[in-house]
Design a protein around this ligand. Structure first.
Ligand code: DX5
Ligand code: ZN
Length: 229
């Protein structure tokens, strides 16, 4: 996984057909997805339940790009090795999930994955000031985590602060929640490069009508790239 700051669209399979993940992943990748975003929820850190390591391992052979696993679970550390074994390329933990995010990020890298740290909307940019050399990705939540299809919360000032704190370090800024063609330009202009989108990618399409996914992905990408046109 090489580093660059080009715009990457990462569809969240939380909005896919839950009875057909293999084909859904193939459909979004064939339609231009750069990464595949997998939302892991535990019914404790967030009020919803999704994928354990066995499910993520079953997705792995279908993902040809980057498997981006977003843990919304607490605790994190007991599960790091299981998600490494499942084949995660990027493993992201929430800073709010426990007292020892520093140790968690070290453990994720020690398990040969890229280490991400996610910030809930109420958590300030400064919370990661002492983690910048331990992380490969900062995920800025633009909704309160737990569900797809929520309304975008404007975090552009936080994104700008993070972009300036990161400087030349090879750290991605990922935005998660309510990303669509109208909000994508705001976050990219502020400094984001990875755009997670669930409902805005999957709406109106299906594995039998995958061109709709392609059009939805292009609309987000074009809006984001338009910032620099
Ligand atoms: C929310 C998840 C998101 C979610 C985004 O807890 O982390 O990845 O799937 O969904 P949309 O794009 O519909 O807001
Ligand atoms: Zn997510």
């Amino acid at each position: 996984m090489s580093f660059d700051r080009s715009i990457k669209i990462a569809p969240s399979i939380l909005s896919a057909d839950f009875a057909n993940f293999g084909q859904e992943i193939q459909a979004i990748e064939s339609q231009g997805a750069d990464w595949v975003h997998i939302d892991v929820m535990d019914g404790h850190f967030v009020p919803n339940l999704t994928f354990g390591p066995m499910a993520v391992k079953a997705f792995r052979p279908h993902v040809k790009t980057v498997m981006d696993v977003h843990l919304m679970i607490a605790p994190v550390d007991p599960y790091i090795d299981a998600y490494a074994e499942a084949g995660a390329d990027v493993l992201t933990a929430h800073i709010e999930a426990g007292p020892h995010i520093h140790r968690t990020l070290q453990a994720i890298r020690a398990a040969d994955m890229k280490a991400g740290v996610a910030l809930n909307p109420g958590t300030p940019a400064e919370a990661v000031a002492h983690l910048l050399d331990l992380t490969d990705l900062i995920c800025v939540m633009t909704v309160n985590p737990g569900f797809g299809g929520q309304k975008f919360i404007d975090m552009t000032s936080k994104i700008r602060s993070l972009r300036s704190m990161i400087g030349d370090r090879p750290v991605h800024i990922e935005i998660d929640g309510g990303v669509d063609p109208s909000t994508a330009p705001l976050v990219v202009e502020a400094g984001a490069d990875v755009l997670v989108a669930g409902s805005a990618v999957f709406k109106g399409g299906s594995v039998n009508d995958p061109d709709v996914y392609g059009a939805n992905i292009s609309n987000i990408r074009d809006a984001a790239n338009g910032v620099w046109a």
